[in-house]
Ligand binder design. Structure first.
Ligand code: GLY
Length: 372
């Protein structure tokens, strides 16, 4: 079977399953499944960083099928997020994850001015988190300001909101903030071997480097796989938006490290440097990395393409064949996703695993709507 035929077959399974799942979950914003049923984070948990992915899945499916049901669900998700946009305590650096797959996608596909307004408000708030002496975007909030100097690698995926605002408003401040953060991330997060730190602390008053943390990975100096994926895809996106070669080179360095650590099975652990007897996996890291690798393969010389596309295919085939639920008894697609190494629970379903898996398959079939 050709790669194209394989991807079309998987795309067909996604569409068949999601028609039923979307219909029965239409008023929810899911994070995970409980006994196979999507939970709902649209109430008091509305400020959580993952609450844009359900809308993003719906826009992908709307784009691929033209079915109005998906547009309606995506727009309901977007409107519910207004409660987060109004709550300054809960606005953090994850505005890209929340408003690119919802409001900005809506604006791009329908021209909605209310959606454009949401995207601009979210971008302005995110740019306001920039620390000018350290040249980084502050990640999280805390009442005592102990995290005022913390930046995290995940933020590379939020930068496209600033690139979009720059294009939309023709205001170079958004581009300046995004590229200064990306340059800081390249310098302090990517290690010489291509692996990346999750969290780096700077002195927020002087901008000086203080220390790095293991974050959601195993320990300081380890290699949390989703963090590697955020870096791989995030630097690629900075390249796509700016055409600055240094970002493509950074993405390739992380990709080479990632590819050299993919196990024979194609299934990705929570941390590439977790203890040898630990078997916990994180399917989200595989799906996100596959998206980034497919984008890199489109940016490089013909002779190099196979390196990145081949690795993406290995990851996606392993997921589709060993870690996907195709029955409609259960709402999620991907299994064995993990939020953090030191959490009490591992290997469950997580909404952004499904989102990036769909995005990757739709990249292969040409059905994708570009969200980032
Ligand atoms: N952005 C947080 C995470 O990847 O879990």
């Amino acid at each position: 079977m050709t790669e194209q035929a394989w991807a079309s077959e998987v795309s067909g399974k996604i569409k068949e399953k999601m028609r039923t799942v979307a219909e029965r979950s239409r008023h929810k914003i899911p994070y995970t499944t409980v006994d196979g049923v999507f939970d709902d984070w649209s109430g008091e948990k509305i400020t959580w960083w993952t609450n844009g992915f359900w809308g993003g899945m719906m826009w992908q499916l709307y784009h691929a099928t033209g079915e109005e049901l998906y547009r309606e669900i995506a727009q309901e998700n977007e409107e519910k997020l207004d409660a987060a946009l109004r709550n300054s305590d809960c606005m953090d650096h994850d505005s890209g994850f929340r408003w690119l797959p919802t409001a900005v996608a809506d604006y791009r596909l329908t021209g909605s001015q209310a959606s454009r307004n949401r995207g601009i408000l979210a971008a302005g708030d995110m740019a306001g988190r920039f620390n000018p002496v350290g040249r980084f975007i502050r990640a999280w909030n805390d009442p005592e300001g102990k995290k005022a100097g913390w930046a995290i690698i995940d933020c590379m995926m939020n930068l496209p909101l600033l690139y979009w605002a720059y294009e939309e408003l023709k205001d170079p401040r958004f581009l300046q903030v995004a590229t200064m953060h990306a340059d800081t991330a390249e310098k302090y997060f990517i290690r010489p071997d291509g692996s990346v730190n999750h969290i780096v602390e700077f002195d927020p008053a002087t901008g000086e480097y203080v220390q790095s943390f293991g974050g959601q990975g195993y320990c300081v100096g380890s290699s949390w796989t989703r963090g590697q994926s955020w870096a791989l895809y995030g630097f690629t996106l900075s390249y796509l938006h700016t055409k600055e070669e240094r970002y493509l080179n950074a993405a390739k360095r992380v990709a080479h490290y990632f590819i050299s650590n993919i196990p024979e099975s194609g299934l990705i652990p929570v941390d590439f440097r977790q203890p040898a007897d630990c078997v916990w996996e994180d399917s989200t890291a595989a799906a996100i990395a596959a998206c980034g690798l497919l984008e890199i393969s489109k940016c490089v010389d013909e002779r190099e393409k196979h390196v990145y596309r081949g690795a993406a295919m290995k990851l996606l085939k392993a997921l589709a064949e060993k870690r996907c639920r195709w029955d409609t008894e259960c709402d999620n697609i991907l299994e064995k996703c993990t939020a953090a190494y030191h959490d009490k629970v591992h290997e469950f379903s997580i909404i952004y695993g499904d989102y990036y898996f769909i995005e990757a398959i739709f990249k292969l079939t040409g059905e994708e709507v570009f969200i980032w």
